[in-house]
Design a protein around this ligand. Structure first.
Ligand code: RI2
Length: 307
């Protein structure tokens, strides 16, 4: 898919989910490199950077988009042959996509080990990695039940409950505001992540921090499923995560509420003290180990170049 088409679909949320948008961005850059017909490396690099910026401007919160774009374009300026350049960009994008799928699969296996026979699991929004863990546990023969919040205003919870029902997993669809009411029935919470910062804060779908607070109060273990490309090298430089605020029409028609300010932030921040563990493809870690994951994955040299 072209850069323009991919960017439009990410913006309109036809393509959504932190991991999915990252893979789509890498795929669009791959498409650009494969179809480039010019012969000048400088012109290619200039256009590649512009295309990358188009993708980065689509959604501001998930670091996955930035990490995927960086994984593809980093160091391309060191190549001075157009064919090598095109091949390198194509290969880097393909590797990002392949590694990303592999990470989801590994997290599914690790996450499943934290789900025990008879567990009732709560999840929110629609996270492919959280779902991978739940489905894996069920396929291992564990008798589980799931509560899934609808996740206003986009109702991504509907995608989640349909996916679980398709697997024949007993699932309850609940409204976002009923989480504390149901928490007494819950054994584990598993959610996804859009960004994990160096100090172990998890940015995920709006409402996640309320769920974490309820779980903490009820002593219910709260796990986050996050591939390592959801960890933010930019947070190391002190940059704050920008919380996306989407169109107010997604919440209500403003014409029906004259004089009312309608707000629509779509993510929130859960502090590390409410998180029992982050399940990554390199293992289950405490949220306080986020810095080590970032330092190890990206390396000090690269981190010192992040602005
Ligand atoms: P996976 C989603 O954001 C949700 O916040 C979800 O938890 C997160 O991405 C991670 O999704 P949105 O795109 O990568 O629905 O686990 O706003 O699929």
């Amino acid at each position: 898919m072209s850069i323009g088409e991919t960017a439009e679909k990410i913006k309109s949320m036809e393509i959504r989910g932190a991991g999915t948008i990252a893979r789509a961005a890498a795929g669009a850059l791959k498409h650009f490199a494969e179809n480039y017909t010019g012969s000048d490396t400088d012109a290619f690099e200039k256009e590649l950077t512009e295309k990358a910026d188009v993708l980065l401007a689509t959604r501001p919160t998930a670091i996955t988009l930035w990490n995927s774009v960086q994984a593809v374009i980093r160091d391309v300026d060191k190549i001075d042959d157009i064919n090598t350049l095109k091949e390198t960009v194509t290969a880097k994008a393909a590797k990002f996509i392949e590694d990303s799928h592999k990470a989801v699969e590994i997290i599914g296996r690790i996450g499943a080990k934290r789900i025990e026979d008879g567990d009732v699991v709560l999840t929110t929004c629609n996270s492919k990695v959280a779902l991978a863990s739940i489905i894996h546990a069920f396929k291992e023969g564990k008798n589980i039940e799931v509560y899934a919040t609808e996740s206003r205003p986009w109702f991504q919870g509907h995608i989640t409950v349909r996916a679980l029902a398709k697997e024949k997993i007993p699932v309850n669809l609940i409204v976002d505001s009923s989480v504390r009411y149901y928490m007494k029935n819950i054994d584990k919470v598993l959610v996804g992540a859009d960004t994990v910062t160096s100090n172990g804060v998890v940015i995920n779908k709006i409402g996640t921090s309320q769920i974490a607070l309820c779980a903490h109060e009820a002593r219910v273990p709260f796990f986050v499923c996050a591939e390592t490309y959801k960890f933010s090298p930019r947070s190391i430089t002190g940059e704050l995560v920008k919380i996306e605020e989407r169109d107010l029409n997604e919440v209500a028609n403003p014409d029906d509420f004259p004089g009312v300010n309608i707000r629509n932030p779509v993510f929130d921040a859960t502090p590390p003290e409410y998180i029992d563990g982050i399940i990554t493809e390199v293992g289950l870690i405490p949220p306080y180990a986020a810095y080590e994951i970032i330092a190890h994955k990206f390396g000090f040299e690269t981190l010192m170049e992040v602005d």
